[in-house]
Write a protein that binds this ligand. Structure first.
Ligand code: NAD
Length: 260
């Protein structure tokens, strides 16, 4: 049990990558808060965990709302007594060529990915300091924290920005034992990616199969998608690592699409 009794808040944990991280953290003994704007789906994930013998609660949280973030973190602290691990994972994708990108969509993307990471960090750090035990903050970046792709100006900007935030939080958190790291997955077959395939096919004028083979997986070493389990394994490593030796880092898990 790598996370016995650790209180773990995972945003966007009602679906995809965040859900798998929540399941793995619970199996490792964590008390997991499923924080998502989709409360019904978050509750379903929490129920799945408790039925399997784990500890979990669902909390409503739109990560772009300071009020909702603070209220949800307060509810978790009231129920479980603190916060040891934050995974800032909630995210969406909107694709357009830069000249056609609606400004409202640009702002929405930056709000979910960057404001969400900032607000959840701001809400959790005081609890990590107060406990005297520090904690682990994990940002869900992407290969797009390192690389660019067509049509993804807002996403690439936001995901690069998370690396900057992570480095500052790692420096500020050091003396309190608060570590911050970024996970940078390649393409993972989740609802977020399933939605993009037909959208990219339409904009690029190619088949959906070609979007997968010639756009998404073209640069991997083996033509394979990264899996939610692959990403959750890295999230467990960062959450369970107990010293400041591993902080301020970004780890790419992408079947070799991006090599550092
Ligand atoms: P997903 O669509 O399966 O899940 C995203 C979850 O975030 C959903 O449960 C949704 O309700 C929630 N969410 C969306 N907006 C929210 C908000 N404002 N407040 C709270 N919750 C909100 O997506 P996923 O593929 O699991 O993506 C999770 C994260 O991983 C995102 O940050 C994404 O950018 C990143 N990522 C995904 C991939 C991929 O290929 N799927 C690759 C690299 C990085």
């Amino acid at each position: 049990m790598k996370l016995q009794d650790k209180v773990c808040i995972v945003t966007g944990a009602a679906s995809g990558i965040g859900k798998e991280i929540a399941l793995v953290y619970a199996r490792e003994g964590g008390k997991v808060a499923i924080a998502d704007m989709n409360l019904a789906a978050a509750q379903a994930t929490a129920d799945e965990i408790t039925k399997a013998g784990g500890t979990a609660m669902a909390v409503a949280m739109d990560v772009t709302s300071e009020e909702q973030v603070n209220a949800a973190v307060a509810a978790v602290v009231a129920a479980y007594g603190g916060v040891d691990v934050l995974v800032s994972n909630a995210g969406i994708q909107i694709v357009h060529p830069v000249e056609d990108f609606p400004f409202a969509d640009w702002k929405k993307m930056l709000a979910i990915h960057l404001d969400g990471a900032f607000l959840t960090t701001k809400a959790c750090v005081p609890h990590m300091k107060a406990s005297g035990k520090g904690g682990s903050i994990i940002y869900m970046g992407s290969v797009h924290s390192k690389e660019a792709s067509l049509l993804k100006s807002a996403y690439v900007t936001a995901k690069h920005g998370l690396i900057g935030l992570c480095k500052v939080v790692a420096k500020e958190g050091g003396k309190h034992g608060i570590r911050a790291n970024v996970i940078c997955p390649g393409f993972v077959r989740t609802p977020l990616v399933d939605k993009q395939i037909p959208e990219q096919a339409a904009v690029l004028g190619i088949s959906e199969d070609d979007v997968i083979k010639k756009v998404m997986l073209k640069e991997t070493v083996d033509g394979e998608f990264t899996t939610v389990q692959d990403v959750a394994d890295v999230a467990l490593l960062f959450a369970g690592f107990n010293s400041n030796a591993l902080t301020g880092q970004s780890l790419v898990v992408s079947h070799g699409w991006f090599m550092q």
